[in-house]
Design a protein around this ligand. Structure first.
Ligand SMILES: *[C@@H]1O[C@H](CO)[C@@H](O)[C@H](O)[C@H]1NC(C)=O
Ligand SMILES: *[C@@H]1O[C@H](CO)[C@@H](O)[C@H](O)[C@H]1NC(C)=O
Length: 413
């Protein structure tokens, strides 16, 4: 066969069509490749995944592509039979000369794991002092993944701190002595703090555009989210009680592949955010890691009853307890005011400037002793309620009832 000159343009057109088809086929394959957020793709909008995940109601829809990794199976755990003991470890970071000795004599049942952040020759230490407690918690999990105890508490090293609930007098030792390991096993993850404020019911709004000076981490979080959880859409709200102190069961940690913890730690090691911000961000991410939920705010009275055996007989009883506390606080304010006024009068009297034109209000004589009596009466009631609640918490049935879980004869806590 001889190519006629007229066939040449025809051949050219056919070739061009085949070329176009190949190109479109190749690009279709590319379109199906998952988009790597944070790996070269700078996230510039607060909702980088919104078109993929959010439908018109703003509800999160099923992702429309394959996940990078299967979602961990967050199943409730089964506690040991009543009377069993649990192997427990307490993980804390230690910097400089912070005292951690209290753990040994206050908490003999807890095995301490003290990570020294600024001494690479210490038996337990993170690879680098970066990201505050976050790198310590993750390093413990990575180092001990194959030999974990039944439950692990992650805390700061101070025994006394405001963020340890007032009900325990701010004492971390008292809190852990009362802690119910069965609840930790059942739930898999438990925030040690029961009081909602700050942190619940809705704390961080990762989509927020305006910086809130009390939550500088909020606007940073949206940018980091895609790097930390490339499979999860950016949540509207992230909430749990503050302060990054929590307990996790071995089963729950093992439900999450070790490689994920290594990945999270790499993020901490490589992020350019300040330690302050990355630490704050992680305060509101632990529950996401360990429960897969964006909001974990258990009712305070359930947390106290099931978690620590302090049962106020339902929400009403608990509200009464809180009311007594705030009334006591108001009386104390009044007393402070009275004493301030009395002192100011005294100063004027001594310096001889107390006269008709004086603007100071003269405090009622005797009002201070009256206030003092009212305060001690409130204190007496508070103590009595607490004693009653603690006695009620000794009964496993009362605890189950308050937490709204089923109970039968012979069940433990
Ligand atoms: C949006 O998502 C929610 C939850 O998945 C679903 O119930 C709702 O029907 C969806 N709405 C639309 C318009 O697709
Ligand atoms: C504590 O319990 C006792 C006995 O049940 C009861 O009489 C008392 O009123 C309770 N106290 C408070 C403050 O609830």
């Amino acid at each position: 066969m001889i190519f006629s000159r007229r066939a040449i343009p025809l051949l050219g057109v056919a070739f061009f069509i085949v070329f176009l088809y190949t190109v479109s086929n190749l690009s279709r394959q590319w379109r199906h490749m998952p988009q790597a957020v944070g790996l070269g793709d700078l996230v510039t909008t607060p909702f980088p995944t919104s078109s993929v995940y959010l439908n018109t109601t703003g509800m999160v829809d099923q992702p429309s592509r394959e996940l990078y990794a299967p979602r961990p199976h967050y199943a409730p755990g089964v506690p040991k039979p009543p009377g069993s003991t649990y192997a427990k470890t307490l993980v804390v970071p230690q910097a400089g000369f912070e005292d951690t000795e209290w753990m040994r004599y206050e908490l003999p049942e807890w095995q301490p794991a003290v990570y020294v952040v600024d001494d690479l020759s210490a038996p337990l230490h993170p690879p680098k002092n970066k990201g505050h407690e976050v790198i310590v918690y993750l390093s413990y999990i990575i180092d001990h993944y194959e030999k974990l105890p039944d439950i692990i508490a992650f805390m700061h090293s101070h025994q006394f701190a405001w963020h340890n609930d007032e009900i325990f007098n701010g004492n971390a030792a008292e809190m852990l002595q009362r802690l119910n390991p069965a609840r930790v096993v059942r739930e898999g993850y438990m925030n040690l703090r029961c009081i909602w404020a700050p942190g619940c019911p809705d704390w961080l709004h990762p989509g927020a555009l305006q910086e809130d000076e009390h939550k500088q981490e909020e606007t940073m979080l949206a940018r980091s989210w895609g790097e930390i959880f490339p499979d999860n859409p950016i949540p509207q709200v992230l909430a749990q009680p503050c302060c990054a102190q929590f307990v996790v069961s071995r089963e729950r940690i093992l439900a999450i592949p070790k490689a994920r913890f290594v990945y999270y730690r790499d993020w901490i090691l490589r992020t350019e955010l300040s330690d302050y911000i990355s630490g704050r961000i992680w305060e509101y991410l632990w529950h996401v890691v360990f429960t897969g939920e964006n909001v974990i705010c258990p009712k305070e009275h359930v947390c106290y009853c099931d978690g620590y055996g302090i049962c106020f007989e339902g929400e009403e009883g608990y509200d009464e307890f809180r009311r007594l506390h705030s009334e006591k606080g108001e009386l104390e304010e009044d007393l402070k005011q009275w004493r301030g006024d009395a002192e100011a009068i005294e100063v004027e009297r001594i310096s001889g400037t107390l006269g008709e034109e004086s603007h100071i209000s003269v405090p009622d004589p005797g009002r201070d002793t009256e206030l003092e009596e009212q305060i001690s009466e409130k204190e007496r009631l508070i103590d009595e309620m607490l004693r009653n609640a603690t006695a009620r918490g000794e009964d496993p049935k009362a605890r189950a009832l308050e937490a709204g879980r089923p109970w039968k004869e012979g069940d433990g806590f």
